[in-house]
Ligand binder design. Sequence first.
Ligand SMILES: *[C@@H]1O[C@H](CO)[C@@H](O)[C@H](O)[C@H]1NC(C)=O
Length: 220
Amino acid sequence: MSFKIIIFSTLSLNLLCVFTLAFDPRPLQDFCVADQTSSARLSGARACKDPATVEADDFFFRGGLHLAGNTSNPTGSSSTTVAVDQIPGLNTMGLILVRVDLRRNGFFPPHIHPRATELVTVLEGSMEIGFVTSHPGSNKHFSKVVRKGDVFVVPVGLVHYARNVGKGNAAALVAFNSQRPGFIFVPSGVFGTTPPIDAGFLAGAFMLDQKIVQDLQKKF
Ligand SMILES: *[C@@H]1O[C@H](CO)[C@@H](O)[C@H](O)[C@H]1NC(C)=O
């Protein structure tokens, strides 16, 4: 009986820890405008500048987000980030915004944001967005074609991707509920590491010829 209680309370404690650690900390004051002259960091956040010197411009980003980014690159994608470097007042707020553009057939390869849920609002065109559930589970793949005006959620920490499935350009505004969502691209995070992961081992893990693994390692 007391054993059960111990297990139960350990479990609730774990759940509590996961719950509190999975999100950026709550601010302890109205704002903590980043002091761009300080290199001090606390858990990734910037030091606050003197509140007496804070002004409206600290919470403002002038224009640009209505413009398409440059997608002349191998993935046909671009992202324009509005985070603490662009708006110092975003410091400690647990939130950033990114405009993404995908030219025809452009894509964001499978990747993970370890610290943020992602909320995608499509502004133009149509993109397929998909994510995959974690283990234990069944690697269940959820995907949706998301069109102009539609909104799709990608839960925190899951492998996901986006690709343009329309005939023209696609664009979206993406909000992340972390000041530092983190990006882990699966292809380069496995085949483009420094130093490389053993090719024979990767060949076994991916059930591929070692030659193919070595070719992939050269590409990243
Ligand atoms: C877009 O990016 C490509 C590749 O980096 C570059 O050559 C080109 O000049 C850029 N175009 C514009 C309009 O900035």
